[in-house]
Design a protein around this ligand. Structure first.
Ligand code: FEO
Ligand code: CA
Ligand code: CA
Length: 662
């Protein structure tokens, strides 16, 4: 998520933009002495001034490398690649969704859509109740409605074969809340916006908690091609208070025990669920990202707890929950509740009575996403980003073939090895195992057992020498080639660590790194990496390696479809103050060429574009627009005469019924 500078919560700091990683940088000139891929930088950018070019290490800009040369903004006339079939659109500042010609986009299941129980209709807040919950829906009603701030999302077909393209479960994260829309219609920027930001009653806190979490809804395609919500017994809301369990090496660990759960086995709830993943056995993975900001630290913690609170940035009470819910007050007597968050949670969407499981083997960090890839031998590999300045990229590899493990009643997500990435200066990379007893991960260094390593994942990764990155967001694997990608959204922190994989300081626009695992073996420990693209205004400005007509910044959401189209979603300031957007790049571009990029969709005022899911036939694409009008200026999606801006899913179809993007 991005919280812009005039947002009330900014007073406590955007948690992703503050470095809590003390790792020291290698000097830039030392970096410049190492290998530079010819695509890594462009002549004329500020990298030249930083010494890369004078070092004589890179070729001149490869102007001819771009297919079709350039031009074509708004018409796509300059793009001639075969992989991307649609006409590019231009950037937008409109308060409406624009998609490529020949496609239709319809808003669907906005925040407040009734899905459960008494199916309470959405009631917008009204002015006059600062911080209260006297207006709008009640907390109990919110628990029966779609939550706020749609994010990562998966479509699970309910049938094998073609019927699965028309009937499925849509599972989506509800990342965070804009309390000023949740409780009242007071808009940010007005005099009382700050007062309206935090709920002032226990009921208000409960409503906020119920607007978080995950939604499961059955959806089906009607004969006219439009999609509708089904009032199904499978529909479910998971919130910040849903009972869960722990599994894996940190389950029951001393650092996850609390006064309310002395065994450390039954955590409560999930919140700030960013992106997602899905397993080959049909479950949904939801990722706990900026959990840290929901707590308040009362008193002086012991050294171990204080160290964890510092590295994970615990504190701030961003939503005011700590005032009315003691669970969010971290005290010397009961300091471990924050350690019960920051995990990947597995949910069985097909069983609404199932207990979500926090899979501790996947580590504890500000989990952006969890991309599952099945290796040749059937071991599952989960790629994950930790979204904060100077944090790391991880992967988990299951101990054995996932089918044989499940046949024995074991979870492939409980037993295996967690690794963190080191991007070497010469373009090679290493996966460093986070295994207790190996290297520095010993009791002498504060890691008494594997539970310690996992609860303190960030500290363990630093001890191993992982490479600090420019805010790792989504990972994706090209299913056709096996190449792995990660979006690095931006990094303007003065504490930013420069290295070859994160070469711009400051990096206001972000970039995308890709790598190939050695021998195509995703379970291995060696890889070769490259800079896929550097975002920005284009044409070499600020070192960006894209064309000016494809300008974008802050790549975040990412999916590679089976035809090697990389769907890139943005969350942050865009060149020329345009709205956030979704573009498609050629994921199979040669490593010595610039990938073709085309803009497919532009979002509405104030939103980010995030979350992407497809029917198996790829003829329906679901995309989320999150937090429209977070700073005012939007009334989207304007359904049923309601002008309160609401996060919603956008359902995209091709007018000729074809594959999206073809
Ligand atoms: Fe929730 Fe890093 O985006
Ligand atoms: Ca983001
Ligand atoms: Ca994100």
């Amino acid at each position: 998520m991005t919280l812009s500078t005039d947002h009330p919560v900014e007073a406590t700091g955007d948690p992703e933009d503050v470095s809590t990683n003390p790792t020291t940088a290698r000097p830039l000139m030392a970096v410049a002495e190492a290998r530079l891929s010819r695509r890594g930088v462009l002549a004329g950018g500020f990298l030249a001034a930083a010494g890369f070019l004078t070092a004589g290490l890179i070729d001149p800009p490869a102007a001819a490398a771009r297919p079709g040369g350039g031009g074509g903004g708004g018409g796509g006339g300059g793009h001639q690649g075969g992989r991307i079939g649609f006409q590019a659109i231009g950037p937008s500042t409109l308060d409406e969704v624009v998609v490529a010609p020949g496609y239709t986009a319809r808003p669907f299941i906005p925040w407040g859509t009734p899905i459960l129980g008494s199916f309470p209709a959405f009631v917008p807040g009204t002015p006059g109740e600062p911080g209260g919950v006297a207006t709008g829906n009640t907390a109990a009603q919110q628990a029966e409605q779609i939550g706020m701030h749609h994010d990562g999302m998966t479509y699970f077909p309910l049938h094998d074969g073609p019927r699965g393209n028309e009937s499925g479960l849509l599972v989506l994260n509800q990342e965070y809340t804009d309390e000023f829309y949740l409780h009242t219609a007071r808009y940010p920027g007005t005099a009382d916006a700050a007062a309206a930001y935090r709920p002032s009653t226990a009921e208000g806190v409960r409503k906020s908690q119920n607007a978080h979490g995950v939604s499961v809804v059955e959806v089906r395609r009607r004969g006219n091609g439009q999609w509708e919500l089904v009032r199904s017994a499978r529909n479910r809301r998971i919130t910040a208070n849903t009972p869960m369990s722990f599994s894996g090496p940190a389950a029951g660990h001393r650092l996850v025990r609390t006064a309310a759960d002395r065994q450390g086995r039954t955590p409560l709830g999930t919140f700030n669920n960013c992106a997602n993943g899905e397993t080959p056995w049909g479950t949904y993975l939801t990722c706990e990202e900026n959990f840290n900001g929901y707590f308040r630290v009362d008193g002086t913690l012991d050294a171990e707890s204080a160290g964890l609170a510092t590295r994970y940035g615990v504190g701030g009470d961003r939503n005011g929950w700590a005032v009315h819910d003691a669970r969010f007050r971290v005290t010397p007597q009961d300091p471990n509740e924050p350690n019960r968050h920051g995990w990947v949670v597995e949910i069985d969407p097909f069983d609404p009575r199932s207990t979500p499981v926090k899979r501790t083997a996947l580590g504890r960090l500000k989990h952006e996403d969890a991309t599952v890839h099945v290796s040749r031998g059937g071991r599952v590999v989960v790629y994950m980003g930790d979204d904060q300045v100077n944090e790391f990229v991880y992967k988990f590899v299951s101990a054995r073939n996932w089918q044989s493990m499940r046949a024995q009643g074991r979870s492939p997500l409980d037993e295996g090895t967690l690794y963190v990435a080191r991007f070497n200066e010469d373009g090679s990379g290493d996966w460093l195992p986070l295994v207790h007893g190996q290297g520095p991960l010993t009791a002498a260094n504060g890691f008494a057992d594997q539970g310690d390593v996992l609860v303190k994942t960030r500290l363990a990764a630093t001890a191993l020498g992982a490479t600090p990155m420019d805010r790792p967001e989504w990972t994706a694997v090209d299913p056709r080639t096996g190449t792995v990608f990660v979006t690095l959204t931006n990094n303007t922190s003065s504490a930013k660590v420069e290295n070859r994989a994160n070469p711009r300081k400051p990096n206001p626009w972000g970039h995308i790194v890709r790598w190939d695992e050695q021998g195509g073996d995703h379970t291995g420990t060696r890889f070769a990496w490259d800079l896929f693209l550097l975002a920005g205004p284009g044409g070499g400005v600020d070192g960006s390696t894209i064309a000016a007509e494809d300008a974008f910044g802050s790549p975040d959401g990412l999916w590679i479809d089976p035809d090697s189209r990389a769907w890139i979603q943005t969350d942050g300031t865009q060149p020329n103050r345009a709205n956030n957007q979704m573009l498609v790049a050629d994921a199979a571009a040669r490593w010595d060429a610039e990938p073709e990029v085309r803009r497919f969709l532009t979002g509405v005022v104030g939103c980010e574009v995030t979350g992407i899911a497809s029917t198996p036939d790829r003829r329906t694409l679901f995309v989320n627009l999150q937090h429209p009008g977070e700073n005012g200026g939007s009334t989207w999606p304007r359904l049923d005469g309601i002008t309160t801006p609401r996060s919603a899913t956008v359902v995209i179809t091709k007018d000729d019924g074809g594959v999206i993007g073809s």
